[in-house]
Structures are given as structure tokens and as C-alpha cells.
Design a protein around this ligand. Structure first.
Ligand code: HEC
Length: 130
């Protein structure tokens, strides 16, 4: 993994221990239309540092996102993206996803995923990766 990515990941891990754990209790507005195109932009600025869009697991154990919607439904993904660490404490499937990673790296709670609309956009994008 390029050194640039390592710095990004380290800064995320530091951030995730602070204010973001609370999350934002955004309610989905009825007029909101999730957009795979906006979701792709989020992927390209946030998720790309750790995840590929193939089936390949990265060198530090981040699963490739290809086909991820066939493994998890949208509600599960929404909860996971909000706070992977908190969700893994209460959901057995999420705990399994974490335990399956032999490198001990846990996906951090991302500041970019505290807005429900952005989570729905990224899920819309993930749906295109069947
Ligand atoms: C700092 C690295 C990192 C970033 C950034 C990151 N993830 Fe992850 N993600 C992981 C790791 C590591 C796992 C494997 C589970 C674990 O150990 O927590 C994972 C697991 C997942 C899973 C479950 C995959 C499966 O096969 O069950 C999904 C879905 C996911 N991430 C989506 C995303 C999305 C969408 C983004 C961008 C908004 C993102 N991740 C950003 C590290 C990251």
C-alpha cells in the first residue's frame, strides 16, 4: 500500500476515537433520491484508500466491495457504515466480518458516513457492483 494511504488510514484511526462515535440521527427526507453517481464520488474520496472494487481482499484485510450487496442487505450496510465498531458489538454478522479479518484492523467510524443521505448514496453505488 502506498505510504500516502498509510497516513490517511492512521489519521482516520485517530479521528475515529473522538467525536464521531455519536453519529447523526438524520431522518431520511421523503424527497431524497439516492444517487449512485454521488456515491461513486464518495467511494473515490473515502473508501478507495482501503477498498478495491474487485473481489480481492487488500493487503491489510479490507474486503473488495464487488458483490458486497449480495452479502449484506441495505439496512445492514446502513448500520455498518454508520459505525462499524459499535455495530460489531451488537450484531453477530458484523462481528463475524470483523473477526474474519486476520490483520486486526477494524473499519473506523468515518466522519463522512455520519450523514444518512451520504450513506444512502454510497449504498446506491454499491448496488451497481453486483
Ligand atoms: C481505514 C480503512 C477503511 C476505510 C477508509 C473504509 N473501510 Fe470498509 N472496511 C475496512 C475493513 C478493515 C473492513 C473489514 C472488517 C473489519 O475488519 O472491520 C471493512 C469492511 C467493510 C464492509 C463489509 C464488507 C464485507 O465483505 O462484509 C463494507 C460494506 C465496507 N467496509 C464499506 C466501506 C465503504 C462504503 C467505505 C467508504 C465510505 C469504507 N468501507 C471505508 C476498512 C476500511
Amino acid at each position: 500500500m502506498p505510504i500516502f494511504n498509510m497516513f490517511y488510514i492512521i489519521s482516520l484511526l485517530l479521528l475515529s476515537t473522538s467525536a464521531f462515535a455519536e453519529g447523526e440521527v438524520a431522518s431520511e427526507s421523503p424527497s431524497f433520491q439516492a444517487s449512485a453517481e454521488r456515491g461513486q464520488k464518495i467511494y473515490a474520496s473515502v473508501c478507495i484508500h482501503c477498498h478495491s472494487l474487485t473481489h480481492e481482499v487488500s493487503a491489510v484485510g479490507c474486503p473488495g466491495l464487488q458483490g458486497v450487496v449480495t452479502r449484506h442487505d441495505p439496512d445492514w450496510l446502513n448500520a455498518w457504515l454508520t459505525s462499524p465498531e459499535s455495530f460489531a458489538k451488537v450484531d453477530s454478522k458484523a462481528k463475524k466480518v470483523v473477526d474474519a479479518n486476520p490483520y486486526g484492523l477494524v473499519m473506523p467510524t468515518l466522519p463522512e458516513m455520519q450523514n444518512e443521505h451520504e450513506r444512502l448514496d454510497i449504498i446506491e453505488f454499491l448496488k451497481t457492483l453486483k
